[in-house]
Design a protein around this ligand. Sequence first.
Ligand code: AMP
Length: 424
Amino acid sequence: MSEPQRHEGEATKPIEHFDQMPLHASLLQGVKEMGYTQPTPIQAGAIPAAVLGRDVIGTAQTGSGKTAAFLLPILERLMGAPTGRIQALILTPTRELAIQAEQFLTKLGRHTHLRGAAVYGGVGMEPQERALRRGAEIIVATPGRLLDHMRRGYVDFRSLRILVLDEGDRMLDMGFLPDVRTIIERLPRERQTMLFSATMPPEIVRLSRDFLSNPRMIRMQETTVAAAGVSHTAVLVDGDRKTEVLLGLLEREDMISVLVFARTKHRADRLAHQLSQRGVRVGVIHGDKSQGQRVRALEGFRRGHHPVLVATDIAARGIDVEGVSHVINYDVPHEPETYVHRVGRTARAQRQGQAITLVAREESDDFDTIEKFLGLTIPREGQWTHRSGPSMGPRGHAGTHPASRHGPSRGRPSGQRRQGSWRF
Ligand code: AMP
């Protein structure tokens, strides 16, 4: 892993290696097997306080290593605990995040006696009911489905000691806060609570005041996280040429695993169709897809079966794929925070990644806002041609972007495809 960035963590002395963490040897073994050596800043900040049972607020987004930042203290605190009772609950906004957290839990806790179960909608209730009844020690759940189970009367939270609210702001966006409050009110009051959220809108601050006491704050500057390890580029392109330009970009040698963001489900479907028509192996993931379709699209992407995945924002929130080389914004997001979340899918855990945004003329104001928000000057390539005939973008230079030409770039003769490319 690359050098840790300096963030506004509160750790008094930097913890540079997991061996320095107050964690049981069997957990350090799990950490080692995951390939982690240095804790990420959120882990260095949160773990020492959380293993002591303190409440924690971490302003950190997916990609920061926050999942292990709450899983490791949970596992540590439950090491000597009796089995067969639910003792920790992690509430998470999406099924993908729930599945992912449960998978991490299985791996990190491999050398312990502790078991986890994931509870989420879109699949049958019965296997989840069995897991809840037999009392897996750690439950990872989406709020709506968990409430369904709770209403049936067999979920026993009397032994619960630890609650984690993961991606608080996203739970708010998705309208889950009332469910979350209902669930929390049915939990024992004597417990540790950890809250993770990329941003802290007023409703989340209120939630933390209502349910956390004297929390340790670990603040990660969101913009720093977004910028760390990611190189940003904009390509100025007419709206109706975006697919063509995208196809050109996908020819590049370095496009190994590419997540493409579209603004709407309809645009995502249309784009995936167009790419597949042109021979690109592509998956698509958005809110209208069934759970099975989403899992298949994600697994296919993860395994490299289709190295391009087209996604909408909500659907992509929980995506955790090692080694996404590029995030391409087919559409410029309206909110700078959305841009940050999108590019957070690449350069995960401080690796290197690239974010490329296709900017149509009418999207340039939104893109300028993003640039200001990030405090970066993002280089522009390509040019717009529509309206007043051939013209230059504000900072564009004509014909500089390889993707604005047809065919492969980087000096390969036109028409020559690279070996092993992802086309059929
Ligand atoms: P998260 O922010 O929890 O979704 O984690 C993002 C990615 O970083 C996941 O693929 C983790 O496996 C990975 N990761 C988490 N902690 C570390 C670490 N200390 N070193 C290297 N990778 C990590």
